[in-house]
Design a protein. Structure first.
Length: 223
């Protein structure tokens, strides 16, 4: 009888140990995994997405202003593109705030008197120009200077006044050999002066790019 009781007690003890072994893992597993997953995921997700959106926005805005090309700049570029590397002078375009290296550029007309200093436009005609582009020899302006101006008034009167101003100018640092004045598309005046060989190529490129251009003058300064 004692053996039966002892055997029964032993079986009950084994069963109780097995039961405890099954219950311990169930209580420990959820307590360790639950806090770790909740703490990591909310902190990492917002910090990765926010900076990438802000970084892409400024690059799109800075590209917009560089795409503009005025009609005056286009005409100058059409002429300039026909120069070869052998006969192309090294120039600075535009100004006075922003210059373009070795290419024509838009001229800032905030102060229109800049036209008097670069292209020798008569003061009385300054109000008739609302857009301009220039290219000027980087070392010696009188070797090559050219510009295109959009004229809002009488284009023929403007071109003749421009030619007269160039012919009667008191030149410094060398007298240009050749002058070129022409009208393009009935409202743009092209004016250039410089060395004979450079201006010969310029005039040829002008009439090649714009076959209907009206050449007002293409000749020596002393003529």
């Amino acid at each position: 009888m004692k053996k039966i009781i002892a055997l029964t007690l032993a079986i009950l003890m084994v069963m109780s140990m097995v039961a405890c072994g099954n219950t311990k893992p169930e209580t420990t597993e959820p307590s360790t995994e639950a806090p770790t997953t909740e703490a990591t995921t909310p902190e990492t997700e917002p910090t990765e997405t926010e900076p990438t959106e802000e970084a892409t926005e400024p690059s799109e805005e800075t590209n917009e202003p560089t795409t503009e090309e005025t009609a005056s700049v286009k005409i100058m570029n059409d002429i300039w593109a026909r120069f070869t590397e052998e006969n192309k002078p090294f120039v600075m375009g535009g100004g006075p705030e922003v210059f373009v290296d070795n290419a024509p550029g838009a001229l800032d007309l905030t102060d229109p008197t800049i036209l008097m200093g670069i292209l020798y436009v008569p003061e009385a005609q300054l109000a008739n120009v609302d857009e301009a582009a220039t290219a000027m020899h980087a070392m010696m302006a009188n070797n090559f200077t050219a510009g295109v101006m959009h004229v809002t008034g009488d284009v023929t009167a403007f071109a003749n006044a421009q030619l007269e101003a160039l012919q009667n100018n008191h030149w410094m640092c060398g007298i240009p050999e050749t002058l070129v004045v022409a009208v393009v598309n009935g409202e743009y005046v092209v004016a250039g002066f410089g060395a004979a060989d450079m201006m010969s190529v310029f005039a040829t490129n002008l009439t090649t790019a714009y076959a209907d251009a009206q050449v007002v003058y293409n000749g020596a300064l002393s003529a």
